[in-house]
Design a protein around this ligand. Structure first.
Ligand SMILES: CC(=O)SCCNC(=O)CCNC(=O)[C@H](O)C(C)(C)COP(=O)(O)OP(=O)(O)OC[C@H]1O[C@@H](n2cnc3c(N)ncnc32)[C@H](O)[C@@H]1OP(=O)(O)O
Length: 215
């Protein structure tokens, strides 16, 4: 697609995650980048290669003025409540982007929610279901028939076996392994390298092999 035909993407949050989304959305030819919305920067200020269009109160108006076509949330795992709130505030009013990087392999039978972002090097096998506003970081692998709940963040190289369900607003740490037929409760966080071999029934932080509840 030539740049002239591409839809324009605006991103809420111009920090590290917003920059990562802008980079891949642009360089992998999904969108031209309209700019960021960020309450902590001034309109017109530069953030990386792009401009701040305004703060959160300006998003709807700028969309109605035709400044962008699709929206993504660049608020990361340190602010899950805000990540969820922002998505829910604009869902149904503004179309969200859905980006699957061209260097990922996603089976056509997968269902990927609005606002979801699959980064390079991921493999999603048959019938995987990815909820709205989920981010799947580089090199993650999700086997057949597994599901990831809304707003959840998978760090790089997470490995999830078949028939497993990860809840909403989870932060799954780098290189976490989850075996098959597991259920992970909403709002679970795992440390790097955690190995999950039993259901995680309680929200909170788990680490280690096998995973143990920390707090
Ligand atoms: C593109 C990107 O960069 S995406 C971001 C990717 N980043 C990650 O995945 C970060 C993963 N983070 C971690 O692993 C961190 O160590 C956390 C979040 C689990 C722990 O953070 P803290 O809140 O500082 O906890 P703290 O360091 O006090 O650890 C609590 C206990 O868990 C242990 N622990 C912490 N991390 C791990 C781990 N990854 N594996 C095993 N044990 C661990 C600690 O040794 C400590 O044990 P103790 O109570 O017996 O002494």
């Amino acid at each position: 697609m030539s740049a002239g035909n591409m839809k324009r993407l605006a991103i809420i949050g111009s920090g590290d995650l917003g920059q990562q989304i802008a980079y891949h959305a642009g360089h992998d030819n999904h969108y031209t980048i309209a700019g960021f919305f960020d309450d902590f920067k001034k309109p017109g200020e530069t953030a990386g290669a792009y401009t701040v269009l305004g703060g959160l109160p300006d998003v709807l108006e700028k969309y109605q003025e035709g400044m962008f076509d699709h929206l993504m949330i660049g608020i990361g795992y340190k602010h899950f409540e805000k990540r969820r709130e922002c998505f829910d505030a604009f869902a149904g009013q503004i179309p969200f982007g859905r980006i699957i990087h061209s260097q990922s392999s996603v089976d056509p039978s997968c269902r990927i929610g609005e606002g979801a972002f699959v980064l390079p090097g991921c493999v999603l096998d048959q019938q995987v279901v990815i909820g709205e506003n989920v981010l799947i970081n580089v090199g993650s692998c999700i086997a057949h028939d597994s599901q990831i709940g809304r707003h959840t963040f998978l760090s790089p190289r997470v490995a999830i076996a078949g028939f497993t369900t990860v809840g909403e607003c989870c932060n799954i740490g780098i290189n976490t392994t989850i075996i098959d037929n597991i259920r992970v409760q909403d709002r679970v966080q795992t440390g790097g390298g955690t190995v999950v071999i039993r259901d995680l029934d309680q929200p909170g932080l788990y680490v280690g092999n096998p995973a143990r509840f920390v707090r």
